[in-house]
Structure formats: structure tokens, C-alpha cells
Design a protein around this ligand. Structure first.
Ligand code: S3P
Length: 426
């Protein structure tokens, strides 16, 4: 149980933990590379540790000491058959990306995860993988994990994805490493491109043009040093906190600013947020910068269309900002929120209402009439890490005390979240 009351101001510097999406990919692609991959800035959160444990089960030697990970890659064809069911825990990225890899192996496997994972839609990867000649099925026939995969020879396809999802795109591209002929994916809007960037960095033949990413099979991946930037999805909580709490000024160091991930910065600025990028570093495959954030008076905005995939995980936090901003904030085209770690349209609007906000739930988002003072409440996280963190920040600007009973779920993506938040309030 975490109890949070109104904050005075946030000041100081912070380095947020490494990017979750890039941390997963460093382990997966490091395992498929020849030689050693050394990742610095690895996120030692529960989700990424699930990925490490799955690859260890397939014979990969991985040393993890805090944020440093050394992966002894076995090459594209060096994975061993796992002796038991692979457990992805709470991690959708682990299930969906690994399924693409498993589909092309010369062995059979089964992958599953916790109660939340077993409710999330896997038809979106079963469909394209089946078109590639993979043998993959939902064990319970409900389109969800557990997934049973019989590895076999795959065929390249051109896949027109119905959703802008990096997990779907990455799954298909990773299967494409093992396919005969080229594989490409066209999405309705551009999702995060970390897989394409890292594959290219490790030597695969990957090209991107507009909304289409393509991979040629047969490339060899060669292990490299990987510097993982701070996770902008984790930085988002402190950006929001500093914007909301009067008198705040904070510096967030080395945050990833990949344009397919940084939509939140654009939206915060459109709401009147004072955010400055310093020390931009574009020398590696993933751009990063320091973010200077000062408290600001915010007004409502519209968040929609192709912006949505670039800030999908930040929408709970942005909805909270909308509730504190003057005027109306509209979030639309975001039906994907319903199939995240929880139904985030339901959980965000319910918890905002508990705090006294004026929110209308819609099929693909929310309409928030902001500017009403919020008060403390008991938050129902549904064990969703992003709900727990977003409402911890909401509590900093509310009257009275907010209680978050299952606050421990922040360990999924940010084990030191509450310590880091405290350090900025010192
Ligand atoms: C992720 C992609 C996104 C995101 C998730 C991580 C990734 O999911 O919400 O937290 O690492 O590829 P979708 O691809 O399902 O949109």
C-alpha cells in the first residue's frame, strides 16, 4: 500500500531506468547474434527479466548485473528446445516478439504468462504467422496464450497489419529472419521502430519506407555494444509531475527521444508545457537527450490519429494531465488502450472519477473536462504498472491523501519508481 499526499515542488536531476522495449530487444537480438552483446542501461524490471529467463531456458548464457547485461549469442540457429513452458510473466512484448522467433525454430515450444497476459489478444500475431506457414495455436482456442508453436520452415509475406502495433510488426519481422523470401509489414500508422533500428545495427538487412518495414532473410547478426537510453515512458511520470506541481524544475538525463516514441513531448508542449531538450545525442541507433521540465499552466488539447502509437503507453498519464488542465482534452483513435495490461480506458476514467474529475468514456478514448480540483481517493490499479504510476502523480496535485493498495506492480517496468519520486521531492 502506498499513501501519497500533495507535493510542495520537485527539483533536481534524475536518470530514469533504461527503455523497456529496447531492453527486451537487446536480449532477444543479442541471443540471435554471433558473439557477445553487451547492453548498458538495461531495465532490470520484471518484464525484461522474464525475457532473460526465457532465453536462458533455450540455452543462452546471459549475465545480468543490475543495468549491465552480457549476452553470449548463439547465432540465428543456435537456440535449444526449452524443456518446459516459457513464462513471459506480465509481458506482452515477450510473448509476441518471441513467438515470431519460435515459429522459425526446428523445435516445438509453448509460451504463456500471468492472468493478464492470458486475456490479451494473440490473434493479431497468430494470423500473420499462420500466413507465413507457421504452426501456432492458442492452446485454449480463445485467441490468447498459452500459445503452442511447432517450429517449421516459414515463407516470407507482405503483411498489411490492421493495427499500428510494434509488437505485431516486430513479431513478423523476426519470423522474417527465418523465412524464405522477403518479409514486409505495412501498418496503418507508424509504431515504435526499435526492432528495425537494432536489427540494422546488428547487421540484418532491414529497410523502412513510410509505413512499411522489410527484412531480407539469411542475414547474420553480429553481437555489439548497445547503449540503452532512459525510457521516455518512465520519464513521462516525472515530466507530468514537474509540469503539474507549482515551482518545480527538474532535469531528466539521457532520455530516449526516438520520434516514434516521443509524442508525449509534443502533446505536453501543445498543452503549454515548458520542456527543453538539452545535449541531444544522435550518434547511436537510438537518439537521446536531457529534458529540462518546468512547472507550467496547462490547457486542454486533442490527441488523435497517427500521434497515438507514439504515446500509447503515456495516455494514462496524459489523461491525468488533461484532468488538471484548463478546458477540454479529447483522446480518440486509441481503442488499443482496451487491450493493454488492463483496459486503460476503463481504469483511467474510473480512477479519475474517483478523484473528482469530469470524464466521459468513449469507445476509442476519453473526453476530459479539465480544471476541476481533484481530491485523494483509493486507486484501483488492476495490477497495471502504468495506472499505479500515473495516479501516484495525480495524487501529488490533489487535495488530501491518495491510497494505492497494489503499488508494488510498478516493479514490472520501474522497480525504483517511488524512491526516485521521493528523491525529487527532497
Ligand atoms: C511495445 C509496443 C507497444 C507498447 C508496449 C511495448 C514494444 O505495444 O504498448 O508497452 O516493446 O514493442 P503494441 O505493439 O501492442 O502497441
Amino acid at each position: 500500500m502506498m499513501k501519497i499526499t500533495k507535493a510542495k515542488k520537485l527539483t533536481g536531476e534524475l536518470t530514469v531506468p533504461g527503455d523497456k522495449s529496447i531492453s527486451h530487444r537487446s536480449v532477444m537480438l543479442g541471443a540471435l547474434s554471433e558473439g557477445i552483446t553487451e547492453a548498458e542501461g538495461f531495465l532490470a524490471g520484471a518484464d525484461c527479466l522474464s525475457t532473460i529467463s526465457c532465453f536462458r531456458q533455450m540455452g543462452i548464457d546471459i549475465l545480468q548485473e543490475g543495468s549491465r547485461v552480457v549476452i553470449h549469442g548463439a547465432g540465428l540457429h543456435g537456440l535449444k528446445a526449452p524443456s518446459k513452458i516459457l513464462d513471459a510473466g506480465n509481458s506482452g512484448t515477450t510473448v509476441r516478439l518471441m513467438s515470431g522467433i519460435l515459429a522459425g525454430q526446428p523445435f516445438s515450444s509453448e509460451i504463456t504468462g500471468d492472468a493478464s497476459i492470458q486475456k490479451r489478444p494473440m490473434g493479431r500475431i497468430i494470423d500473420p504467422l499462420t500466413k507465413m506457414n507457421a504452426s501456432i495455436a492458442s492452446a485454449k482456442g480463445n485467441g490468447c496464450a498459452p500459445l503452442k508453436i511447432q517450429g517449421q520452415k516459414l515463407q516470407g509475406i507482405h503483411f498489411l497489419s490492421p493495427v499500428a502495433s510494434a509488437q505485431v510488426k516486430s513479431c513478423v519481422l523476426l519470423a522474417g529472419l527465418y523465412a524464405e523470401g522477403n518479409t514486409s509489414v505495412t501498418e496503418p500508422a507508424l509504431s515504435r521502430d526499435h526492432t528495425e533500428r537494432m536489427l540494422r545495427y546488428l547487421g540484418a538487412s532491414v529497410s523502412s519506407s513510410g509505413l512499411t518495414a522489410s527484412i531480407e532473410p539469411g542475414s547474420r547478426l553480429i553481437g555489439q555494444k548497445i547503449r540503452i537510453p532512459g525510457d521516455i515512458s518512465s520519464a513521462a511520470y516525472f515530466i507530468a509531475a514537474a509540469l503539474l506541481v507549482p515551482g518545480s524544475e527538474i532535469l531528466l538525463k539521457n532520455v530516449g527521444i526516438n520520434p516514434t516514441r516521443s509524442g508525449m513531448l509534443e502533446v505536453c508542449r501543445a498543452m503549454g508545457g515548458n520542456i527543453t531538450l538539452l545535449n541531444e545525442d544522435c550518434s547511436g541507433p537510438e537518439p537521446m537527450a536531457d529534458l529540462l521540465v518546468k512547472s507550467s499552466s496547462l490547457h486542454g488539447t486533442v490527441i488523435e490519429g497517427s500521434l497515438i502509437p507514439t504515446l500509447i503507453d503515456e495516455l494514462p498519464m496524459l489523461a491525468v494531465l488533461g484532468a488538471y488542465a484548463q478546458g477540454t482534452t479529447v483522446i480518440r483513435d486509441a481503442a488499443e488502450l482496451k487491450v493493454k495490461e488492463s483496459d486503460r480506458i476503463a481504469s483511467v476514467s474510473e480512477n479519475l472519477k474517483r478523484m473528482g474529475a469530469d470524464v466521459i468514456r468513449t469507445e476509442d478514448g476519453m473526453i476530459i473536462h479539465g480544471g476541476k480540483p481533484l481530491h485523494g481517493a483509493t486507486i484501483e490499479t488492476g495490477l497495471d504498472h502504468r495506472i499505479a504510476m500515473s495516479f501516484s502523480i495525480a495524487a501529488l496535485a490533489a487535495e488530501g491523501e491518495t491510497e494505492i493498495p497494489e503499488a508494488d506492480c510498478v516493479t514490472i517496468s520501474y522497480p525504483e519508481f517511488f524512491e526516485d519520486l521521493k528523491s525529487l521531492q527532497a
